[in-house]
Structures are given as C-alpha cells and as structure tokens.
Design a protein around this ligand. Structure first.
Ligand SMILES: Cc1cc2nc3c(=O)[nH]c(=O)nc-3n(C[C@H](O)[C@H](O)[C@H](O)COP(=O)(O)OP(=O)(O)OC[C@H]3O[C@@H](n4cnc5c(N)ncnc54)[C@H](O)[C@@H]3O)c2cc1C
Length: 379
C-alpha cells in the first residue's frame, strides 16, 4: 500500500476522531430518514477534510488523491452515504478552485471548505443516466447570460446542496459536443428543489433532484464551454470510480470486523463460531478479496496521483470492489445468523449501499465496456 505523508496521516486520524465523536451516534437516525449527514459537515470542514485536494492557495490542504481515498474508505466503514456526501462537497470545491474564474471561486470555495454550503455535481436526469450525452437540460444564451431549463435526478446531496455544477446541452441534438457546465446557485430564483428520492438505500447520501426553471447563470458562471465539458466530466470520473471502490473496501472491512468479533463470543455446538472451520472460511474469503480490491484501488490511485490515464485501472477497481462488496457483505451478514439483520449492525445498510455503488459514477456495464475498449486499443 502506498505510504501517506505525516500530514496526511494526521488528516486520516482526524477523520477517525470525527467518526467516533460525531458520526457514530447519528448514523441510525440517518438510516431512519430522520436527519441527514449535513449536520456533521462543519466538523469535517474544521478538520480540513472538505479540502484535502484543494490547492493551498484556495484555502485547501493540497494533499494527494491517496489521502482523500483513504479518508473516503474510513468514512464509508461507518456510512457510505456520509462518505459520498462529504466527498461530493469536497469535489465541487476542488472543481471550482481549479476551473472557475477567481471571482466565482472566491464566492463559493471558502463556504464549501468550511461546510457552510454543500456542493453537488449534476449530470443525471430522469431520462438520461448511463447515456450522459443524451441529457436534455438546455442552456440558451440570453444577452450576456445563460438561461437554464430542465430537470436533474439522483444527485448526491441534492436534498440540501446549494452550490451545484450542472451539465446542460447548448445545442439540442448535438450530443456530447454541445454539452457545457455551469455553476448554479441553489439560493437564486429559478432553482426548484424536489423531494428526497424515495429509497431506503444510503439515506445519508441525500439523493434527490431539482428543476431549473428559467434559471439565469451569469457569463462567468460558465465553468466549461461546449466542446470541453464532456471531456472535463470524464476527466474527473476516474477519481470518483476509485474512491467508490475504496468505500466498498471500507464497508467490507467493517462488516468483517463485526462478524469476526461476533464469532468469538457466539457459541454453537459447544464452541465459538470461530472454531467451526466451515464458518470461518467465509470470513477468510472476504479478507482475501478485500485485500485484492485494496491493491486494485491502490494501483488506480497511484496512476491518478502520478497524473496518468487511470481509465482502465479505475474501472477495473470499481467493478471488482463493488462485486466483492455485494457478495461478501451478504455472506458476512449470513455468518451472523439472525443477529446480522439487527439495525445496530451495519450489514443491511452496507449491502444496500454496495448496490448504490454499482451505479454511481458509471454502472458496472459501462465500466466493463471501458475495460473492453482498453483491450481493443492495446491490440
Ligand atoms: C444514490 C445515487 C446517487 C447518485 N448520485 C449522482 C450524482 O451525484 N450525480 C449524477 O450525475 N448522477 C448520480 N447518480 C446517477 C447514476 O450515475 C446513474 O444511476 C447511473 O449513471 C445509471 O443511470 P440510470 O440509473 O439512469 O440507469 P440506465 O442508464 O437507465 O441503465 C439501466 C441499467 O441498464 C444498464 N445499461 C444501460 N445501458 C446499457 C448498455 N448499453 N449495455 C448494457 N447495459 C446497459 C445499466 O448499467 C443499468 O444497470 C446517482 C445514482 C444513485 C442511485
């Protein structure tokens, strides 16, 4: 595994501390849909965790992708929704620091870094998910401004985010070529938030949608012009695929820890579960696949930190890790017997989250295609 610097180790430690003191007491409430994870964002902001990769000149920590991925893995061990929520706000701050004009960056980045405002990135629409180039949210030039109309769905943090990177079509029918990206301010008129997505899967993720109804974006709020935005979206997605794979590792690690502890104290046929060979093999299987997934995550993260092309490495890591999580979280839950179904344990929550992970930032089928295209070009 790649080594973190001493400063990065401290950041990872602070994530563990916040988890223990602020997150663990609340995760059951998120699960019940009684609250969402934004209440703890300021604590993450104060520790610098919303700006791990954001350049120091913009108030961030300027640390590596490896560090962010490590934090994402730890957070997901507690709650995948929280991990996605934190990392998506982080990503909007990072995106604006790198791509927005200095005025726009000054307007939003500091508030995102301290957790006062929440960010999200909106590509998906009710009618277009995997086929991103088919989006129909339209951006029209009106004088010096842009008018945005359309709807977005299934967006992390959409239940409460108000600094939003929106992808929209400037030339209907032109596909990827006409797509541009804008910063949308959820506090302005023309932004209409919709209800939380009605699903029990990872409620802490705050997934939902919104409508843009005659929303006006100023000229400097165009983040990527037509012709550049599609490529920009794909450029950052390898990092997302890699940290989602890391999050799957975090969930399996936590389930393994809980099952192993239970196996030491639960007795059947006169001895602890651990002493039944047939029982402990399921834990060994999970441990082996977890290690393999972590090595794949590491390989992808190495390429990202070196500024290389991580398309194949990230796709491979995400396909392997999401499948590994679905299979082993279910098996580890089974190894707990009926006890595994109790809400005090993470199994059902993490199992549903592992399914979410197969869809976000590229579904399994899209990633298999990505890997297959890599094979063709390597011929
Ligand atoms: C909780 C959650 C959070 C999300 N957060 C965000 C977010 O923050 N921002 C954002 O923009 N999006 C987000 N998404 C959306 C996510 O990216 C999409 O769900 C994903 O791209 C798949 O799109 P879809 O659900 O519309 O499925 P569809 O595109 O309708 O596909 C349905 C199924 O068919 C498969 N399929 C589609 N086309 C093919 C093909 N050519 N060959 C083989 N199989 C195919 C897919 O893999 C999938 O299994 C989120 C989704 C969820 C569930």
């Amino acid at each position: 595994m790649s080594r973190l610097t001493a400063a990065e180790d401290r950041i990872v430690e602070s994530a563990r501390d916040i988890l223990a003191s602020q997150v663990m007491p609340r995760v059951r409430a998120w699960d019940g849909g009684q609250a969402d994870s934004c209440a703890v964002l300021p604590a993450f902001g104060a520790a610098g965790l919303l700006g791990i990769q954001v350049p120091v000149a913009h108030g961030g920590l300027g640390l590596s992708f490896h560090c962010k991925r490590q934090v994402a893995e730890i957070l997901a061990g507690a709650d995948f929704g929280l991990a996605m929520s934190v990392v998506n706000t982080h990503n909007v701050a990072h995106h604006l620091a790198n791509s927005a004009t200095s005025d726009v960056a000054r307007r939003y980045v500091p508030a995102l870094l301290c957790g006062e405002r929440v960010g999200c990135t909106a590509l998906t629409e009710p009618g277009a998910g995997s086929d991103f180039s088919a989006i129909t949210t339209v951006a029209r030039h009106v004088g010096d401004e842009w008018q945005l109309d359309g709807g977005k769905a299934w967006i992390v943090n959409a239940t409460h985010a108000d600094v939003i990177v929106v992808y929209a079509q400037t030339e209907p029918g032109s596909g990827a070529r006409g797509i541009a990206a804008f910063v949308v301010d959820g506090r302005r008129s023309g932004f209409v938030r919709q209800a939380r997505a009605d699903t029990a899967a990872a409620p802490g993720i705050g997934a939902g949608g919104f409508e843009l109804q005659g929303y006006r974006a100023q000229a400097d709020e165009l983040l990527h012009p037509p012709g550049k935005a599609f490529k920009a979206a794909l450029g950052s997605i390898n990092g997302a695929r890699t940290y989602v794979a890391a999050m799957c590792c975090g969930m399996v690690r936590e389930c393994l820890r809980v099952a192993s502890a239970y196996g030491a104290q639960r007795h059947t046929f006169g001895k602890p579960l651990h002493e039944h060979q047939g029982w402990r093999w399921s834990l060994a299987d999970a441990a082996i696949d977890l290690e393999a997934a972590r090595l794949m995550v590491d390989a992808a993260a190495n390429v990202i930190d070196a500024g290389g092309d991580a398309q194949t490495a990230a796709a491979q890591a995400k396909v392997f890790a999401t499948r590994m999580a679905g299979r082993h979280i279910a098996a580890l839950m089974h190894a707990m017997g009926a006890e595994g179904l109790l809400g005090q344990h993470p199994f059902l929550r993490h199992l549903a989250a592992a399914q979410v992970a197969t869809l976000t930032d590229g579904s399994t089928e899209m990633l298999l295609d990505r890997v297959a295209r890599g094979l063709r070009s390597a011929e």
